[in-house]
Design a binder for this molecule. Structure first.
Ligand SMILES: [Zn+2]
Ligand SMILES: [Zn+2]
Length: 126
């Protein structure tokens, strides 16, 4: 891994799971740490870390993306995402996991994860 990739991944690891950052958030936080990496490189690196299985990517509304550390502690958590401001809250649901499991079983698939991302408008944006 290149030093830039390490720095970006370390930022997520320091913040822990349950934190959802945009590429701009990552850029700002790195600047606060005196780490200068261009936004274009951050975008590319985030995608790469998703492909490598370190991060999970959430799609918000048009073009909006948030990234979070993939955590083995809670692989099947779900998100309530405000499409206006990007506020992202996590929730857990046995029902969603059960439905995913039974759909996979019915069709002979091996279940890896079942996550639900709910797009909504938060109280502040309503
Ligand atoms: Zn999350
Ligand atoms: Zn909002």
């Amino acid at each position: 891994m290149t030093p830039q990739r390490r720095k970006i991944l370390a930022l997520f690891e320091d913040l822990g799971s349950g934190i959802h950052l945009s590429a701009e958030d990552v850029h700002d936080k790195l600047l606060n740490l005196d780490v200068r990496i261009s936004l274009a490189t951050i975008y590319r690196t985030l995608r790469l870390l998703v492909d490598m299985g370190f991060l999970n990517e959430l799609e918000l509304s048009e073009g909006g993306h948030r990234f979070e550390l993939l955590s083995l502690d809670k692989p099947d958590h779900h998100h309530l995402i405000c499409i206006r401001c990007g506020r992202t809250e996590e929730f857990e649901s046995e029902v969603v996991i059960k439905v995913g499991r039974s759909a996979a079983e019915d069709l002979g698939f091996k279940l890896l994860e079942s996550t639900l991302n709910v797009r909504a408008i938060c109280p502040a944006c309503k």
